[in-house]
Design a protein around this ligand. Structure first.
Ligand SMILES: *Cc1c(COP(=O)(O)O)cnc(C)c1O
Length: 414
């Protein structure tokens, strides 16, 4: 359920007409719905009310300060994967005691910054990272709280580029190494092993891989207890999927129920790192049609948003629903919706049935609130789009559209 709906044949973002917003802020334009973000966060978080838990929003999926501030007000913590994301989370006013730091390649300065901020937990992914974490912590006279990221070798049944919990992936440490590394962590003076962590992938549409993972982690928890290591946190990562097209992912309440049941007898604080399920359907990308183009083989609709604005179709063959902002009854035919970037992979949709839209008309690309703007670039020297947060009948520019000057600012006066 989201707040981008048609009324009298006109697409609205909450109480505002998308066409008015496109006029005011220009296109391409990211629009987020505050009510949808809140609703998704609350639906997710309340699914775990039966458990001691902490919901850490995955900052990488949408790192806009306006979005982070809103989620902070709802009580969210943050899952970060870089010093830059730590900076953003703190700027948004997030409580460092609700921040967990994931990622396979943390740098020394990032570890130092996170220790100085006194975050809740480092999710470590290798022996060498443990040594570095220990050294930096000792240098600062601190003890780093640590969860080891386990690679449980479970197939999340999703796109290979967003599978992370298989043996062949770069993420985490295998079960075979885990016990040794926990014992090492216990013996290192700058580290306190406090948790077990994993994140098996993204856009999961089944609960079973999570439960399978949990079973393996519960066994590890027991093995650790047998060795006198008593962890307090279990971090199950993010990954719950959303509906882009026909997918039918489990509702967060179903997910919460399954995990609550599986963890009943465990005295652990559960950490969750949802991203897409909170922000994905809380945002759309609005784009204007530039040209129609017919070739011998195909119909192309050229629009002003491109792969630099939304790379998911090019990167993962992802499907995003597309619709007119002001639908009209017209003949439909199959078209590729493409942007101005000089790459054949620059498409928003391929072989999609679409009405015969005309230059100047607006299209909405749905489910663009996660991994949309956050993955945007200036490729082809295209200034990045503006981001606007709609709250009821009010609209807030939460990121200005970049200018040509922004493109070259860091290259001038050197
Ligand atoms: C990307 C990521 C997430 C969020 O994944 P979603 O599929 O957006 O929920 C959570 N944790 C880690 C470690 C990640 O890398």
């Amino acid at each position: 359920m989201h707040h981008f709906q048609l009324r009298n044949n006109e697409l609205y973002a909450e109480e505002l007409k998308v066409s008015d917003l496109a006029e005011e802020f220009g296109t391409p334009l990211y629009l987020y719905s505050a009510a949808t973000l809140k609703r998704h966060y609350q639906a997710f978080d309340s699914a775990f009310q039966g458990l001691d838990h902490l919901t850490c929003f995955s900052v990488k999926c949408n790192s806009n300060l306006g979005v982070l501030r809103l989620l902070n007000e709802q009580g969210a913590g943050a899952d970060i994967v870089s010093g830059g994301e730590l900076y953003r989370a703190l700027r948004a006013g997030m409580d460092p005691r609700k921040i967990v730091f994931s990622g396979v390649g943390k740098q020394e300065h990032e570890i130092r910054e996170a220790l100085e901020a006194d975050i809740l937990m480092f999710n470590c992914e290798s022996r060498e990272e443990l040594y570095l974490l220990n050294a930096v912590a000792e240098g600062l006279g601190r003890i780093a709280p640590m969860s080891l990221r386990i690679n449980p070798d479970v197939d999340p049944l999703t796109h290979p580029y967003i599978s992370t919990g298989l043996k062949e992936n770069k993420f985490g440490v295998g079960m075979d190494q885990a016990l040794d590394l926990y014992e090492l962590a216990r013996d290192l003076p700058g580290i306190n092993p406090l948790g077990i962590d994993c994140h098996i992938g993204s856009q999961l549409t089944e609960i079973s891989p999570f439960i399978e993972t949990l079973d393996r982690l519960k066994k590890l928890y027991q093995d650790l207890l047998d060795r006198g290591i008593n962890v307090k946190y279990l971090d199950l990562g993010g990954g719950l999927g959303i509906t882009y097209a026909e997918e039918e992912p489990p509702h967060p309440s179903e997910f919460g129920q399954a995990l609550t049941q599986a963890l009943q007898d465990f005295d652990l604080t559960l950490i969750l790192e949802p991203g897409r399920v909170i922000a994905g359907n809380a945002g759309i990308l609005v784009t204007r049609v530039l040209f129609n183009k017919e070739t011998e083989l195909k119909r192309f609709v050229v629009v002003d948003a491109a792969m630099n604005d939304l790379i998911r179709p090019a990167l993962y063959q992802a499907h995003h629903r597309l619709a007119e902002v002001r639908p009209q009854a017209r003949t439909e035919s199959e078209a590729d919706v493409v942007g101005p970037v000089c790459e054949t992979s620059d498409f928003l949709a391929r072989s999609r049935r679409l009405p015969e839209v005309q230059p100047g008309e607006l299209l909405a690309v749905f489910s663009a609130g996660a991994y949309g703007f956050a993955m945007a670039s200036q490729y082809n020297s295209r200034p990045r789009a503006a981001e606007v947060l709609v709250d009821g009948d009010r609209a807030f520019a939460i990121r200005k559209r970049e200018t040509y000057q922004d493109l070259t600012a860091l290259e001038e006066g050197l």
